[in-house]
Design a protein around this ligand. Structure first.
Ligand code: KG4
Ligand code: ZN
Length: 382
């Protein structure tokens, strides 16, 4: 197999990232410039600001990725970039720059689906550890701020294909973490802080009913409806509303307003600051919320694994960084005799190493993008 240094570029949401990965298995560099601090005062990602920030960051971030890897523009073998899913304006910054580089350097250009990147983050992690054995069929749960998808992943030679067998019908799991955190005055993004605070609360204090799939599927465009087997869809908007109702019926508004004000007054709050502004009622609520989401994600994924008789589970995307989620999956997979793999935490959240890794099989297959391809905000993974 041909060795190749691929420069990956990722700008789909609020991270400007570039990385050089050698032959899909060695990370020569991995630079992530996070815009979180800039979006924090708005309580979420502001698309226009994200595009502007990507424009500012893209050149220095790519330059640093090349320098860290000891590579030059000339020495890399190909340029890979996220084509979708994501914010159209944000994606266009990465794509335009990748095209300009590919054109001026006369290098192949490879377009990568962001979700495929998350799946290949797991493969990259395992190859880095020297694990080249993979038992198929593989079921991948991609769980992040924008996505909660279940894919059966197949490999034939250098070609990977994916069948969607489940997705969220409304909010993504990470989105629910973010909305609940915002609601409780914990700021943005919510996942990491809810993860840490949950360890200090009682996960059985508040009972949430299991998510019901009653309403229409508002994310249908994200699924490739080519497969007739059983489906395992998710829904997380109900639990977010249940948290809101709990807050209202338990008169938590005043303490939330105080917490929000106190945390806003601290420039970069540390975990101790969050903890010292949390009371038992709030800690029990976040722990119970997290438990309910983790139980649902693991329960549905394991049910899908049984239905499709898979041998291996991948759990990836920002929410895969969650401590309780990892423990739950490890426990459930061991019970069912399945192998379960996660990316390391830096590879779980958005990065460009996963884009460069996903591009390597396409590089070997000469699956190059034409110069006129464009961003696809709702790109389907097939
Ligand atoms: O994959 P990612 O970086 O971006 C998207 O593609 O969306 O995921 C970001 C999401 C956010 O919703 C964030 O709150 C969540 O992942 N997240 C977590 C944790 N770390 C990040 N959720 C739960 N526990 C965590 N430790
Ligand atoms: Zn992502």
């Amino acid at each position: 197999m041909r060795d190749a240094n691929i420069l990956g570029i990722e700008s789909s949401c609020d991270e400007t990232a570039a990385a050089v990965v050698r032959s899909g298995e060695q990370i020569a560099s991995n630079v992530v410039f996070s815009q979180i601090a800039m979006h924090q005062p708005y309580g979420g990602v502001v698309p226009e600001l994200a595009s502007r920030e990507h424009l500012r960051a893209i050149v220095p971030v790519v330059r640093k990725a090349l320098a860290d890897a000891g590579q030059s523009y000339q020495s890399i073998d190909a340029i890979a970039v996220t084509q979708g899913l994501g914010l159209a304006g944000a994606l266009l910054v990465g794509i335009s720059y990748a095209k300009a580089l590919a054109f001026s350097l006369d290098k192949p250009l490879i377009a990568v689906n962001h979700l495929e990147g998350h799946i290949h983050a797991v493969l990259l992690e395992e190859r880095r550890k020297g694990n080249h054995e993979l038992r198929f069929p593989v079921l991948a749960l991609v769980v992040s701020g924008g996505h909660t998808h279940l894919y059966l992943a197949k490999q034939e030679s250098n070609s990977w294909s994916y069948q969607n067998i489940g997705h969220t019908r409304d909010d993504a799991a990470g989105e629910a973490f973010d909305k609940v955190a915002k609601l409780l005055g914990l700021g943005y993004p919510g996942g990491p802080i809810v993860d840490k605070l949950s360890a200090h609360g009682d996960p059985h204090a508040v009972k949430f009913p299991p998510p019901q799939l009653k309403h229409r599927d508002r994310n249908d465009r994200n699924a490739a409806r080519t497969y007739d087997g059983p489906r395992f869809d998710f829904s997380y908007s109900g639990i977010k509303t249940a948290v809101l109702r709990y807050v209202e019926t338990h008169n938590m508004q005043a303490s939330i307003a105080e917490r929000r004000k106190a945390l806003l007054a601290i420039t970069l709050p540390r975990f101790e600051d969050y903890l010292s502004h949390s009371d038992k009622q709030m800690l029990d609520l976040v722990a119970s919320f997290q438990r309910a989401v983790v139980e649902d994600l693991a329960g549905k994924t394991l049910a899908a694994a049984r239905a499709y008789d898979v041998a291996t589970l991948f759990v990836t995307g920002g929410v895969a960084a969650n401590q309780e989620l990892r423990q739950q999956f490890e426990q459930d997979a061991a019970r069912e005799g399945l192998s379960v793999y996660f990316p390391s935490r830096p590879l779980s959240t958005d990065n460009a190493a996963m884009i460069a890794a996903a591009a390597y099989p396409k590089f070997l297959a000469h699956d190059f993008a034409p110069m006129d391809f464009s961003a696809e905000a709702g790109m389907v993974l097939k």
